[in-house]
Ligand binder design. Structure first.
Ligand code: ADP
Ligand code: MG
Length: 254
């Protein structure tokens, strides 16, 4: 049996009076890829952003429930827990690559410096290690001081992955990380995400069902803010328990 890394329990999220996520619960297993699928507007992004405490920046957004991070048993949604602390442990990669307007090197070194790594040799080693783990090193090793914006879209997204994994997050969240990329860059990032299981736990939102089927071990299907079904990806895509899941994966709506 897989160990639970993050237990999402009865999470509800409100934009003002409008409830976008309704009492959602499912486990995120350690060193696996968990996909959240569902039609546009079903609450995938809203749920993911809560886990990184992004909603704390907006006073009209309210949430309740728990997201327990193991083995420390910390509730990431606990209001008493500083969002900065949460973001130290839970990384996030967004839809559109968003490197900082800095050099390739400094993008990856950024989080390390914040955490107090200032020794030059150690920084260099850890930046190199992260770039290698994000499958970008060979393409950038001779141009580390170039601005990150000089990279292609796919390279920028791998740089954002390097930046995220440099600080060794316990869970890495992805929100449709390939939706702005061409098919070749997409294939590379999909393979990379599977490879990242060696070092972290991945929770990925995608509206691309084929992508979920290709790269995830478990799938959560959401509809209208609710979790309809959660299970091993193979089961969800071949013999789901719910009629609604079957209708969605066979393309009857969405
Ligand atoms: P998904 O990522 O599955 O496409 P979202 O989480 O973005 O869905 O949106 C879920 C619901 O919350 C939608 O009805 C959307 O209109 C609403 N919503 C999303 N962001 C906001 C916001 N900033 N303010 C108000 N409503 C929002
Ligand atoms: Mg979304």
């Amino acid at each position: 049996m897989s160990k639970v890394k993050l237990d999402i329990k009865n999470v509800s999220i409100f934009y003002g009076k409008n409830q976008a996520v309704k009492d959602v619960s499912f486990p995120v297993y350690e060193s696996k890829v968990i996909a959240i699928i569902g039609p546009s507007g079903c609450g995938k992004t809203t749920l993911l952003r809560a886990l990184n405490r992004m909603h704390d920046l907006y006073p009209d957004i309210n949430y309740k429930g728990e997201a327990i991070l193991y083995p420390d048993s910390i509730n990431l949604l606990d209001k008493k827990l500083d969002p900065i602390n949460v973001r130290m442990r839970i990384g996030m990669v967004f839809q559109k690559p968003n490197p900082f307007p800095k050099s390739i090197f400094e993008n990856v070194a950024y989080g390390l410096r914040i955490r107090g790594t200032n020794n030059r040799t150690e920084l260099k080693d850890r930046v190199e290690e992260a770039l290698k783990a994000a499958w970008l090193w060979e393409e950038v090793k001779d141009r580390l001081n170039d601005n990150a914006y000089s990279l292609s879209g796919g390279q920028q997204q791998r740089l954002c992955i390097a930046r995220a994994i440099a600080v060794e997050p316990e869970v890495l969240l992805f929100d449709e990380p390939t939706s702005a990329l061409d098919p070749i860059s997409t294939a590379k990032i999909e393979e990379l995400i599977v490879d990242l299981k060696q070092r972290t736990t991945v929770l990925i939102v995608t509206h691309n069902m084929q992508q979920a089927a290709r790269i995830s071990d478990y799938t959560a299907f959401m509809y209208l803010g609710e979790l309809v079904e959660f299970g091993p990806t193979e089961k969800i895509f071949t013999k789901p328990d719910q009629k609604l899941t079957e209708d969605y994966i066979t393309g009857r709506f969405g």
